[in-house]
Write a protein that binds this ligand. Structure first.
Ligand SMILES: Nc1nc2c(ncn2[C@@H]2O[C@H](COP(=O)(O)OP(=O)(O)OP(=O)(O)O)[C@@H](O)[C@H]2O)c(=O)[nH]1
Ligand SMILES: [Mg+2]
Length: 399
């Protein structure tokens, strides 16, 4: 089995295809994937919900292509479909914007391009169906003068379509899409790293949870020496090692215990904090954690979890953080929970948002949530960081 199909969606480069109904979005997705993934027809409004297709594109790595409903859909369900396309845009790292060569009004495309500029989203303008109309000068001029971009001209039966598109996307990807590795700046070659991973709390039998898997892989990429233990084996592991670990990465839930046991010279952090630095802005999350000190019994906190799993008995988001918060602030502290893609559009009533590390989301989507909070003057922090703050050890934690 090829391994690219198993790359979790959250680490894939998200490429969204946007345009008016019938502009050739689904045809383009099918041409790139060389499969009939998305339904194509001359009927406007064929694609209703976003269609996700995972694919490996040479030079870009694991990607997910997202086909969307036309942004001019004026059917009965049009507004709902457009909202779904706008939601899909929140996850997208690079947007492809189609301009249909057979159309003669591009106001909607211009509106979207303006919006993409405003939200700083890299985008590739494409003129589609050039086999039906090769006279595309007016559209090209419009795109060049208004957005200073050179559009790609394509048609869906073009033999080298995937290759041409890949080249353009690679240029955008290396220029504009930011990436950070999980242990960046914390670990060098041959550093000894101890991982504290209490399996009984949250791992499904026979498997490791995603943040642990991704961290181990990244440590190996950094040529570090990795030792993993469950919580009860910390003392034995430290004794067995010939020197203190350079870094200890723990599950946030046992932060205070690991802090107590750790050698003075070892740095300490958690999986959740490291992941939050990859997915979001850890400096901002750490700053926001100080808001916990100002909470009182009249305050309102939102806890947001990316996973939609049924809450576990000692669930970190549903049980442990609320317990720590109420111990600190008072029993009457109001705490709301959301999970998955549910995220309130009105955040103004909250004093603080505490988000999971977002290992199920991609960075673009998490940054979008952070921005939604900032736009409404609400601070957002992270599970691991808030546990460190509530355990009075945040200042001793590295990220
Ligand atoms: N000649 C030609 N026809 C195309 C091209 N791309 C798409 N079409 C045709 O245009 C029609 C619409 O194509 P779709 O790919 O379904 O368009 P869409 O943007 O996904 O449309 P909606 O899902 O309705 O929003 C179909 O009949 C396609 O066969 C192209 O490059 N050349
Ligand atoms: Mg379609």
């Amino acid at each position: 089995m090829s391994n690219f199909n198993t790359a979790p969606r959250s680490v894939r480069l998200h490429i969204g295809i946007f345009g008016k109904t019938n502009s050739g979005k689904s045809s383009l997705l099918n041409a790139i994937t060389t499969h009939s993934t998305s339904l194509v027809s001359p009927v406007k409004g064929t694609t209703t919900d976003p269609v996700y297709k995972s694919i490996e594109l040479y030079g870009l790595g694991p990607c997910v292509l997202i086909d969307t409903a036309g942004f001019d859909d004026d059917g009965e369900l049009g507004p709902l479909r457009i909202k779904k396309s706008e939601d899909a845009l929140k996850k997208v790292d690079i947007a492809i914007l189609l301009f249909d060569a057979t159309a003669n009004d591009f106001k909607k495309e211009e509106e979207w391009a303006n919006n993409l500029r405003k939200i700083n989203k890299p985008f590739l303008p494409i003129i589609s169906k050039v086999d039906l109309n090769s006279n595309t000068e007016i559209i090209e001029k419009l795109i060049e003068t208004k957005f200073n971009l050179k559009p790609l001209k394509i048609y869906n039966k073009q033999a080298d379509l995937q290759q041409i598109l890949r080249k353009e996307l690679i240029k955008i990807n290396t220029d504009k899409v930011k990436k950070r590795s999980i242990v960046e700046g914390l670990v060098e070659k041959d550093d000894l790293v101890l991982l504290v991973m209490p399996q009984q709390i949250n791992a499904p039998e026979g498997r490791l949870i995603l943040p642990q898997v991704q961290t181990i892989r990244d440590l190996l990429d950094h040529q570090a020496i990795v030792v993993s233990v469950c919580t009860d084996e910390i003392d034995s592991a430290l004794k067995a090692l010939s020197k203190p670990p350079k870094l200890i990465i723990t599950d946030s839930q046992v932060f205070p215990l690991v802090y107590e046991k750790k050698p003075k010279e070892s740095k300490l952090t958690s999986f959740s904090i490291l992941l939050s630095a990859v997915k979001g802005d850890v400096e901002k999350f750490a700053y926001a954690a100080h808001k916990i000190k100002q909470l009182n019994e009249k305050s309102k906190v939102l806890i947001a979890e990316a996973c939609t799993h049924a809450p576990l008995t000692e669930d970190i988001g549903r049980v442990q953080i609320p317990r720590l918060l109420r111990n600190r602030v008072g029993e009457n502290l109001q705490i709301d929970f959301v999970s998955g893609t549910d995220f309130p559009s009105n955040l103004k009533d909250y004093d603080l948002v505490i988000h999971c590390a977002g290992c199920m989301f991609n960075r673009t989507y998490m940054m979008n949530r952070l921005k939604e909070c900032e736009d409404q003057n609400v601070l957002m922090t992270n599970y691991g960081i808030s546990i460190a703050e509530l355990s009075n050890i945040l200042e001793f934690v590295d990220y």
